[in-house]
Design a protein around this ligand. Structure first.
Ligand SMILES: Nc1ncnc2c1ncn2[C@@H]1O[C@H](COP(=O)(O)OP(=O)(O)OP(=O)(O)O)[C@@H](O)[C@H]1O
Length: 269
């Protein structure tokens, strides 16, 4: 399978400190790549670099981020900006933080759809209702009339998934997308995200601490340690028979029989 996203030799630093170091990985269309590693290993920084949403303090020191035949890092800002949110979508950890608390959901969806040129007000309303129905939210008109605080975390994450797919993304960066959800909502949200992505041929970069969750949803996995990719391969193989001591330590740090918990900090290896 040819790569939809190919990151080649990416190095990103905050000040003098590189936090992503010569990292390379690829995601094919319709594929889920799990990116795992302990807190602070550089996963989100890598994801934000793909989205073009790095903190202003961050500097890309080397590498290429190829989306198809375009090097995103070489595109002028005016060409790159419209890709964020449409061709490349973010499903964030905290859905509440991605929404404006003072605006009804319908108004917020309409603003984004309008910004991306999706027809007149009537067409956008139909598109928003259809998008919500497609993520199996009951009673889309009620959801559109609600404020974010009136919905559960799982419902809000479905709203963001609906919005992402309404814009026809090729690549989805899901950064700890279920960490803020209760256990019962976690599986439902990931089932939905991954099945929609596969149906529509979108690639997913699934950033997560949660190894059991990555084992369940990812086709392949890349393991990040201190900014470097130390191991990658088919998720089932890497997580069943890791070759790198750091991956073994991550797996060993999982509390037995509590598969959804965040792993404890791993020991030095
Ligand atoms: N804006 C920033 N300024 C300075 N350093 C930062 C900034 N954002 C992140 N860092 C540092 O960069 C390193 C990588 O952070 P990053 O958030 O990418 O890791 P992560 O693997 O996603 O961690 P987590 O799972 O906790 O989100 C960390 O040492 C972090 O403290």
């Amino acid at each position: 399978m040819s790569a939809l996203l190919a990151i080649e030799g990416l190095t990103v630093a905050y000040g003098a400190v590189p936090v992503v170091r010569d990292a390379s990985l690829a995601v094919a269309a319709g594929e889920v790549l799990g990116l795992v590693g302990e807190s602070g290993s550089g996963k989100s920084t890598l994801g934000m670099a793909v989205l073009g949403l790095l903190d202003p303090a961050a500097r890309v020191e080397a590498g290429r981020i190829m989306l198809g035949s375009d090097d995103l890092l070489a595109l002028p800002p005016a060409s790159r900006r419209p890709l964020c949110g449409s061709t490349i979508a973010l499903i964030p950890q905290e859905p509440m933080a991605a929404l404006n608390p003072t605006l009804r959901i319908g108004r917020q969806l309409d603003l984004v759809l309008r910004q991306h040129g999706k027809g007149n007000a009537g067409a956008r309303r139909r598109l928003a209702e259809d998008a919500l129905a497609s993520v199996m939210i009951a009673d889309p008109p009620r959801i559109l009339a609600s404020y974010p605080f009136q919905l559960s975390g799982g419902q809000l994450q479905r709203v963001l998934i609906a919005l992402a797919f309404a814009l026809g993304p090729k690549l989805i960066i899901a950064d700890e997308p279920t960490t803020a959800l209760d256990m019962s909502a976690q599986g439902a949200v990931l089932d939905l995200l991954v099945s929609r992505a596969r149906d529509e041929g979108a690639g997913v970069l699934l950033i997560s601490h949660n190894l059991p969750l990555v084992r369940r949803y990812a086709d392949r996995v890349a393991v990040m340690r201190r900014g470097a990719i130390v191991e990658s391969g088919m998720a089932a193989d890497v997580l069943a028979a890791p070759r790198h001591a750091y991956t073994s330590a991550l797996i060993a740090a999982l509390p037995a029989n509590t598969p959804q918990r965040t792993p404890l900090p791993v020991p030095e290896v």
